[in-house]
Design a protein around this ligand. Structure first.
Ligand code: AMP
Length: 377
């Protein structure tokens, strides 16, 4: 059972081929600086064929596509047909950079393998369980009805994957059957999710991935009136402000760097703005842990994932230090251990269990694709 997972971006094509009988990655590749998606698909097939895995896309059992925005419409992985494509097209205004590129991947794959079942897996689906009081903004209600303005949340495939791994671990080792979890996906993009017994009940990203935690180059939460002030004072236009908040802010805006490894190095060498950027990054996460502990009415576990969450012992320690008032007691020694899939980070006295878990969005997409093609439609 060979399933190909495609992540078709505006300028890159990421792919992984899985053998789902043994959940093994057969091949993974990245084609960068893609100008023509058709050419990128041809290059990908050449690579897969050179390794002897498949000779053409038609040899596959299924293709799973990462799609960024599924709006309110897509609550689960969905088999691709004309109706699916039209619905993803209708969501383009909500994700003008991502959905068109995701669609190109779907259409190209369909062209080369019309008989291979394809499944769209959405970054937003896991958060469609949010209650209305968590997803409606304090704006005129008609903006929700007319313009679909609401919190959608992203990184859903990752939050879902790691929260399932955490729940399995907590059930097996601590007899915790219905854990209240906070999942922290900390990479270049960063988001937190509050998960109650397997269901996302709140998340920090909003209608777009700009809201919430401080990120590599995105501001996260700010006072929206800053935009009006800047427009009035500097004459900045919409594109400039969009660029400012999405590309020139966050860690990069504060200390000139968006790569956390470099920022930590610079902070160790005495760079005060790098130290400040780290401080803001971690403080913002602490605040979300507090808020989501209240939303969940208590907390059983915290998950660190994403490039920073999985790999930076330093950031994990900064986030969890001085949190014993919330029952979060961190073990700095365990935190230094290397690990394969999951590392426990709490002290034996800690009420809240803390874990670093390696996310695997591609495997999750392959698994969901496999389940979707086997399920009766
Ligand atoms: P992602 O977007 O999930 O690939 O994560 C990228 C971010 O993870 C970048 O800011 C990297 O600097 C950061 N990162 C990866 N490894 C480490 C590490 N060992 N320590 C600190 N940050 C790391």
């Amino acid at each position: 059972m060979k399933i190909l997972v495609l992540n078709s971006g505006s300028s890159s094509l990421k792919f992984q081929l899985f053998d789902m009988t043994c959940h093994k990655v057969l091949y993974s590749g990245l084609i960068e600086q893609v100008r023509d998606h058709q050419q990128a698909i041809i290059t990908m097939v050449k690579q897969l064929s050179a390794q002897g895995h498949i000779h053409q896309l038609a040899d596959l059992d299924a293709i799973g596509h990462r799609v960024v925005h599924g709006g309110e419409y897509f609550k689960q992985p969905t088999l691709v047909n004309q109706q699916t494509i039209e619905a993803i097209e209708q969501l383009i205004p909500l994700a003008p950079l991502h959905n068109p590129a995701n669609l190109l991947g779907i259409k190209m794959a369909q062209q080369y393998a019309p008989d291979v079942p394809q499944v769209a897996v959405f970054d937003t689906s896991f958060h469609t369980s949010l209650p209305d009081y968590a997803y409606i903004y304090g704006l005129p209600y008609e903006l929700y009805n007319k313009h679909h303005i609401r919190r959608y949340g992203f990184h859903g495939t990752s939050h879902y994957y790691v929260s399932r791994q955490a729940a399995r671990h907590l059930r097996a080792h601590y007899n915790l059957e219905q854990p209240r979890l906070i999942s922290l996906h900390l990479g270049n993009g960063a988001s937190a999710a509050a998960i109650d017994n397997g269901q996302s009940i709140d998340t920090s990203m909003g209608m777009t991935p700009l809201e919430g935690l401080l990120m590599g180059s995105r501001s996260g939460d700010i006072d929206p009136a800053i935009l009006f002030y800047l427009a009035r004072e500097t004459g900045a236009g919409i594109q400039e402000l969009d660029d400012l908040l999405n590309k020139q802010s966050g860690l990069k805006g504060i200390c000139g760097q968006n790569d956390m490894r470099t920022i930590i190095e610079q902070a160790k060498q005495g760079n005060t703005l790098s130290s400040l950027a780290i401080h803001i990054f971690c403080y913002r996460i602490k605040k979300y842990i507090g808020a989501y502990s209240a939303a969940l009415n208590g907390l059983d576990g915290i998950i660190f994932t994403g490039g920073i969450g999985e790999n930076s012992a330093f950031i994990r320690e900064q986030v969890c230090s001085a949190m014993d008032g919330l029952g979060i007691e961190f073990d700095t020694e365990k935190n230094q251990n290397s690990y394969d899939k999951l590392l426990e980070l709490h002290s034996s006295a800690s009420k809240v269990k803390i874990m670093a878990i390696r996310t695997n969005e591609e495997l999750e997409i392959a698994t969901q694709t496999y389940m979707a093609i086997r399920a009766p439609q």
